[in-house]
Design a protein around this ligand. Structure first.
Ligand code: HEC
Length: 187
């Protein structure tokens, strides 16, 4: 009788250990988010350069307007996350940061390394985990996000004015923080 009891107990302890080790297995949200946004960046840059090569910035703007949002949403859905591009100074008002996101944006922006890199940030809530990944400004971006009349040509400005009357996404320099990817995982 005592023997069986002992056997049962050790089986029970084994199962408990197994279950708790499974429960403790950490999901590397940051690594997954980086993978998804790497794909997003590569794809958006490719679409952008192809469109500029075909018809210049003037044509690339309406192209961006039609494709950037749906592409980002679809890539998120494919990966079971909510994927957004957000900014404190958005071109498309749908991409504006919330109050909490604005604080995160400022924090990431203030922590640029000597090499010019911005950190990522992970925020854990009860029901979801959100990873924020920086989108810095590159030379290619200036023709649409740089200084008006200096980097952004007059005809480009006119199209921007027409398509985005409340546009705030100008005046950036190479290296400044243009936006963030927000990658939200349901827990
Ligand atoms: C041909 C002009 C053009 C170029 C070049 C360009 N963008 Fe944009 N960008 C846009 C337009 C138009 C939108 C608004 C898209 C929309 O309506 O969703 C936008 C939106 C964004 C957003 C989303 C937040 C917001 O402001 O609405 C980010 C982030 C962004 N661009 C980053 C970049 C970066 C980084 C580069 C350089 C690699 C770049 N852009 C180059 C035209 C451009």
């Amino acid at each position: 009788m005592g023997k069986i009891y002992c056997k049962d107990m050790s089986y029970l302890i084994f199962m408990l250990l197994l279950l708790s080790s499974l429960g403790c297995q950490k999901i590397d949200y940051e690594a997954i988010a980086k993978g998804i946004t790497k794909e997003a960046k590569a794809n958006l840059t490719e679409k952008l350069t192809t469109s500029i090569a075909a018809g210049g910035t003037v044509q690339a703007i309406p192209f961006c307007k039609q494709n950037a949002g749906p592409f980002t949403n679809a890539l998120g859905m494919k990966n079971d996350v909510l994927l957004r591009r957000i900014s404190d100074k958005p071109r498309n008002p749908l991409n504006v940061v919330s109050d909490e996101e604005r604080r995160i944006f400022l924090e990431i922006g203030a922590n640029q390394s000597k090499e010019g890199e911005y950190p990522t940030k992970t925020v854990v809530k009860k029901d979801f985990v959100t990873v924020y990944i920086p989108i810095p400004t590159a030379g290619l971006c200036l023709q649409c996000h740089g200084e008006p009349n200096l980097d952004i040509k007059k005809d480009t400005l006119m199209v921007l004015q027409k398509e985005y009357p409340g546009d705030l996404a100008r005046g950036y320099r190479v290296g400044s923080l243009r936006g963030l990817f927000s990658v939200r995982f349901a827990k």
